[in-house]
Design a protein around this ligand. Structure first.
Ligand SMILES: N[C@@H](CCC(=O)N[C@@H](CS(=O)(=O)O)C(=O)NCC(=O)O)C(=O)O
Length: 212
């Protein structure tokens, strides 16, 4: 299998962490797509992913799977342990919901802030920007962090009492916040404590060097 990704990206980090948690990273060939040069927006790459985003997983039969949640669900189904996307219908539903909420309320909001209210990847990629919308998204992400702080005051992990794909999605948001120097609100003690705990996991400590 081949993964098209970018070695410092928050979304690629989600798939790298999932692969490491499953112990499957050695089955992957990593192909770097240079976002700074706009390689992800070329016609050739869009033939792999219409959305022109990373990461994209290419199976040996040529099947292309984009979208971090979809790739993680595929990888999780490959091998038994640990289960990242839930064992029972209830677990699967709650984990998918909380993973999507981490995207909508933190990770994707920070991505929109990056692309609209900062120089982003440069004018050759950021062909449309709305700084007001971008700043609104940064405030949305801060609200989202406060929401997850509340969740993590009541439970050990984002979707309950076990590590899951939902934690990985929120870790992606925290990685993006760090890259953008968007400070986590000081009152978010539970969120900060959870993230410190997450960073002790080898999969989270080492994701940047996985393709080295
Ligand atoms: N919904 C997509 C979003 C993927 C995404 O935005 N990826 C980033 C990669 S990174 O910024 O995290 O490295 C990207 O391609 N950004 C480039 C762009 O949006 O032009 C997913 O979940 O995979």
């Amino acid at each position: 299998m081949t993964i098209y990704d970018w070695h410092t990206g928050p979304y690629p980090a989600r798939v790298r962490i999932a692969l490491a948690e499953k112990g499957l990273q050695s089955r992957l060939r990593f192909v770097s797509v240079d976002l700074r040069k706009g390689e992800h927006k070329t016609e050739a790459f869009r033939a792999k992913n219409y959305s022109g985003t990373l990461p994209v997983l290419e199976l040996d039969d040529g099947t292309l799977i984009a979208e971090c949640t979809a790739i993680t669900e595929y990888v999780d189904a490959l091998d038994g342990t640990p289960v990242l996307t839930g064992r029972t219908p209830r677990e699967k539903g709650v984990i998918h919901m909380m993973s999507r909420r981490a995207e909508l309320e933190v990770l994707d909001a920070l991505s929109l802030y990056f692309h609209h209210a900062t120089p982003g990847l440069g004018p050759h990629v950021e062909v449309y920007q709305n700084p007001e919308w971008g700043l609104y998204q940064r405030d949305k992400a801060l609200r989202g962090m406060r929401y997850f702080d509340g969740v993590l005051r009541r439970q050990s992990f984002v979707a309950g009492e076990a590590f899951s794909m939902a934690d990985i999605a929120l870790i992606g948001g925290m990685i993006f916040a760090g890259l953008l120097r968007v400070p986590v609100p000081e009152e978010c003690e539970a969120l900060n404590a959870w993230y410190a705990r997450m960073q002790e996991r080898p999969s989270v400590r080492n994701w940047r060097t996985m393709s080295a």
